[in-house]
Design a protein around this ligand. Structure first.
Ligand code: 5AD
Length: 393
């Protein structure tokens, strides 16, 4: 089983290709590969990320053939009944705009050092109880190789605290070496770095950036991120988009002082920043932070926000975040996917570090080996008729 379906190239116009799989036509940009008509490729986020041999593509397509249409049918059936609530309306809209495709990204959390003292986050430097780790470049490359070449991920997020040990030079080395051996859509989630660094990383092959603005309310922002400016964070996100990065952005739900109106503004800002992927989740208190006593929001309010985001921006991809999964480890993923969401992430950080990336305690999914989690997620997706595929627009 794979987390994307290979497409056969029908047309090439400069850097733009059209592929077909099971009669569906999709477009993608090719910036990295020498391609000819009839070749098979994987695309993620609208970019060609891998070329595959015909033999491999045909064998994967064979395993998909029947399942593909069966899944579509299940999804259509679930989404086409007359909506009786906001979640069902949002789910119908999700189906209308995206069909049954569900984006699956792996995430590697490579360092829990952080220089930023965000009041909500367990990685803040004042948390002296946390054992800190930094993965070496070789460890990152080995984890990436495993995720791409053994687990079949086509899209990976590389996340860390704001950790200057990973200098521009080291980050470039990481991106260049990933491109050599483990082709995938590279998403950087490394916090606020000089735009010039992000530019070089794009030129080296990174194509996506995950950077939340956290809250659109400047007053709350300056309270929870002392010494940081919302304006400069937003400015960076805008410049990343101009450069060509796919933007994944969003906010935290349930920050102190946040109103319903703030959340609507958060959704609007995510949209106006041109985020292709909405990433927002509930605040979860960490005992070693100043917000230890601040409550987490209810599951329903997160599901409502997913549905509202779907209703106001139907074309968005909306992620079920780990924080949402943490609110109800057995059900939240399914509930989120049925309330308008269509993306998810699977943690592929090496086991010995997974527990230490403690932005908040007891995160969902970190005790389960990725292989096992992949299986249970694929089962869940099958039960609701979603195909783990992403072939761009
Ligand atoms: N609860 C929920 N989300 C959090 N983040 C950090 N700390 C918390 C918390 N306690 C989120 C922030 C950050 C992302 C990596 O994790 O939004 O951007």
């Amino acid at each position: 089983m794979c987390y994307a379906i290979p497409g056969k190239i029908l047309e090439i116009k400069d850097n733009n290709i059209t592929v077909d799989y099971f009669g569906e036509k999709r477009k993608a940009r090719n910036e990295f590969f020498a391609l000819s008509l009839g070749d098979y490729i994987y695309a993620q986020g609208g970019f060609v990320v891998q070329k595959v041999s015909e033999a491999e593509a045909l064998s994967i397509l064979e395993t998909w053939k029947e399942l593909f249409f069966k899944l579509q049918e299940i999804d259509e059936k679930l989404a086409s009944k007359k909506p009786t609530d906001l979640y069902e309306s949002a789910n119908a809209l999700r189906q209308k705009y995206h069909g049954n495709s569900c984006c699956i990204h792996g995430i590697i959390e490579f360092s829990n050092y952080c220089t930023s003292s965000c009041l909500y986050c367990g990685l803040r430097p004042d948390n002296k109880k946390l054992t800190r780790y930094r993965m070496s470049i070789n460890e990152i490359l080995a984890a990436t190789d495993y995720a791409v070449n053994k687990l079949n991920f086509k899209a990976l997020v590389f996340q860390s605290g704001e950790d200057a040990w990973y200098s521009e030079e080291r980050l470039l080395e990481i991106v260049n070496k990933i491109r050599e051996k483990s082709p995938c859509l590279i998403t950087l989630s490394i916090g606020e770095r000089p735009f010039a660094t992000y530019e070089k990383l794009y030129d080296a092959g990174a194509r996506s950036a995950l950077l939340r603005f956290e809250t659109s309310n400047p007053k709350i922002y300056s309270q929870v991120k002392p010494g940081h400016s919302l304006e400069s964070r937003i400015d960076l996100i805008k410049r990343l988009r101009q450069k060509g990065y796919i933007i994944m952005s969003g906010f935290i739900l349930g920050l102190p002082g946040q109103t319903k109106e703030d959340v609507l503004n958060d959704i609007k800002l995510t949209h106006s920043l041109g985020a292709e992927m909405f990433s927002f989740g509930p605040f979860i208190p960490h005992p070693e932070t100043p917000l230890a006593a601040h409550p987490r929001p209810a599951l329903e309010s997160v599901l409502n926000t997913i549905a509202e985001a779907r209703m106001s921006v139907p074309q968005a991809r909306i992620l079920v975040t780990t924080a949402l999964e943490t609110l109800d480890k057995d059900n939240a993923l399914r509930l989120g996917l049925m309330a308008g969401a269509n993306s998810l992430m699977i943690n592929v950080t090496p086991e010995k570090y997974r527990r230490l990336y403690e932005i908040y305690p007891d995160r969902a999914g970190i005790d389960t080996p990725p292989e096992k989690r992949i299986n249970s997620i694929l089962q869940l997706l099958q039960s609701i008729g979603r195909a783990p595929t992403d072939l761009g627009a």
